[in-house]
Write a protein that binds this ligand. Structure first.
Ligand code: PMP
Length: 332
């Protein structure tokens, strides 16, 4: 038996997540589909990696001093990562979040000692948008840095330097395709760039939810959104600095219903309780696997734990109110 070695600090528990072959999706695609278990990070999401890289980068640039404050605007998971990293390294955290995000994320951030600032959901062009609000708070707070996950490429560097090499090793250097959705774009761009450096023939596919503009951008150069999605943390309307230069070969558009289908199957057939972005990613991986053919080996990201969404995705009333199908076992 090989067990992981003792870590000297909690920061080094970030990353080195397991990779699992997903039975149902592999069967549906007729090839091998694997999920990178990012819910196994200490903050239970893929964003711990970006949070750590952003904080380390600010330290290296001399912007963040002992006892300083990290300010970020986030759909939640980056805030959780930043709060954890801040506590572990002796910093304070201020997290600005749209009030539409899940109750569990807000409670988690408060529990993690972050100062939480909730703002109404607003378009990016509105100065009250959570990203602009977080920048202003950082500017007005002494000793504070703005994490700026969307346009700070320390975010995608985390994936170039850790997620991609981990996948490459875990796949024993044999991988045909990788796909995931984009929030900041750090994961798709960083893993894409990292994997292409190992093997330029790996197909990198963007899996876009409805309501995002990137599918059209990569398909025909037009940043145009259609429809909407209840998925948290994904769906981008612009080319962030992290997305700039991302090696996207092809793209899929996935509905919430398709994503929920896989969230349900992953729970019922594989015992994995995941968030909706993971379900959308799995749907994208199945589509990519079908396109690449029977011997393909495709990897996607299982972004965060479903325990973060007990009052939404896993709640019959919430699903009904959104006009979404309800998992049969929730009706008891
Ligand atoms: N899924 C969830 C649940 C997230 O919180 C995020 C981060 N916003 C993503 C996926 C997308 O990751 P990235 O920001 O690296 O594009």
């Amino acid at each position: 038996m090989t067990a992981p070695a003792i870590s000297n600090d909690t920061i080094s528990l970030i990353g080195n997540t397991p990779l699992v072959r997903l039975k149902g999706p592999s069967e549906a695609a007729g090839c091998d589909i694997f999920g990178k278990c990012e819910f196994a990070n200490p903050g239970a999401s893929v964003k711990d990696r970006a949070a750590l890289w952003i904080v380390r980068d600010a330290e290296e640039r001399g912007l963040l001093k002992p006892g300083g404050t990290i300010v970020e605007g986030t759909a939640g998971n980056t805030g959780i990562g930043i709060a954890l990293v801040a506590n572990a390294l002796g910093y304070k955290s201020v997290i600005v979040m749209p009030e539409t995000q899940s109750r569990e994320k807000m409670d988690t951030l408060r529990a993690l000692r972050a100062e939480l600032v909730l703002v109404p959901a607003a378009p990016f062009s509105n100065p009250g948008h959570f990203v602009h609000t977080s920048r202003r708070i950082a500017e007005e707070t002494e000793g504070a840095v703005w994490a700026n996950q969307f346009d700070n490429i320390a975010n995608r560097r985390a994936h170039i330097e850790t997620t991609a090499p981990e996948i490459w090793e875990q796949m024993e250097h044999r991988i045909d395709g990788f796909t995931c959705a984009a929030g900041t774009g750090g994961t798709i761009a960083g893993v894409g760039m990292g994997l292409k450096a190992f093997d330029e023939n790996v197909t990198i596919a963007l899996t876009d939810p409805h309501g995002a503009a990137l599918y059209n951008y990569y398909a025909n150069g037009e940043l145009k959104a259609e429809g909407s999605s209840v998925a948290e943390g994904i769906g981008q309307g612009r080319i962030t600095a992290n997305l700039d230069g991302a090696p996207i070969d092809t793209q899929f558009r996935i509905s919430d219903e398709e994503g929920l289908f896989w969230v349900e199957r992953m729970l019922a057939d594989e015992g994995l309780c995941l968030g909706l972005s993971s379900g959308i990613n799995v749907a994208g991986a199945v589509a990519l696997g079908k396109q690449l053919g029977p011997n393909a080996r495709v990897v996607t990201i299982l972004c965060d734990t479903g325990f973060r969404y007990l009052s939404s995705l896993y709640n019959a009333e919430w699903l009904k109110a959104k006009g979404l199908p309800v998992f049969p076992w929730l009706e008891q």
